[in-house]
Ligand binder design. Structure first.
Ligand SMILES: [Zn+2]
Length: 222
């Protein structure tokens, strides 16, 4: 864990750590930005926004101490969450990347993020129900990877709960795809209908593959 504090006018008042009841997940909206770069930016520029932590593939940088309020999920508009506010939450920004379908988190950033959130859950006795997306508080499209794909969000939460073995079978590469599915997947890859993420991860869930194979056999892609 590294520390580079934000400019003092980018975050709020001192608070009793007992006030901390929620963890709010964000994405930086960057494409390959690092936690350190973000920490430096908030230490230098006057932004009137802030977050407690920035997470990337390798590092976690603290930008606002836990016992100070950061400005990460406030709004002048409507609150859609009955209780989660800046004053009672910790803001965690996960560095993002941009792929063909939108933003995503690398596996390493996800892993680092999960570790940090688990540590904070333990430290402040925060149950999984109080780990929320920025979206849940204000309906801002943040974190985009978990708003666009609410299933990815439920998987992230399942991992936070230590359900480490995904209850789902996921095929990441063509080699992992069982024999009954390879012809379909090869076809979809060749046609460019299926591309995977930037790292080439197909992320094909078992039943999704079955659906694709059935459609393929039914001639839907001809
Ligand atoms: Zn956010």
């Amino acid at each position: 864990m590294h520390t580079k504090l934000a400019r003092r006018d980018n975050y709020g008042a001192h608070r009793d750590p007992k006030a901390i009841q929620y963890l709010v997940i964000h994405y930086t909206g960057g494409d390959g930005d690092t936690a350190e770069e973000n920490a430096i930016y908030f230490s230098r520029d006057f932004t009137e926004t802030s977050a407690h932590y920035f997470v990337d593939d390798n590092e976690v940088w603290q930008s606002v101490p836990d016992d100070f309020t950061a400005w990460h999920c406030g709004t002048k508009g409507t609150y859609y969450h009955p209780a989660c506010r800046n004053r009672n939450s910790i803001g965690i920004e996960l560095c993002s990347r941009r792929g063909p379908d939108g933003y995503y988190y690398t596996k390493s950033t996800r892993k680092q993020g999960i570790q940090l959130v688990q540590d904070l859950m333990k430290r402040y006795h925060i149950p999984i129900e109080r780990v929320v997306r920025h979206y849940d508080v204000t309906h801002k499209c943040c974190p985009e990877p978990f708003v666009r794909d609410s299933y990815a969000w439920s998987r992230f939460r399942a991992e936070l709960e230590g359900k480490e073995d995904e209850p789902l079978t996921i095929y990441h590469t063509l080699e992992e795809v069982p024999a009954w599915g390879t012809e379909t997947v090869k076809f979809l890859l060749e046609k460019g209908y299926l591309a995977g993420d930037d790292e080439g991860d197909l992320d094909l869930e078992h039943y999704m593959l079955r659906t694709l194979v059935i459609s393929y056999r039914a001639g839907s892609y001809q």
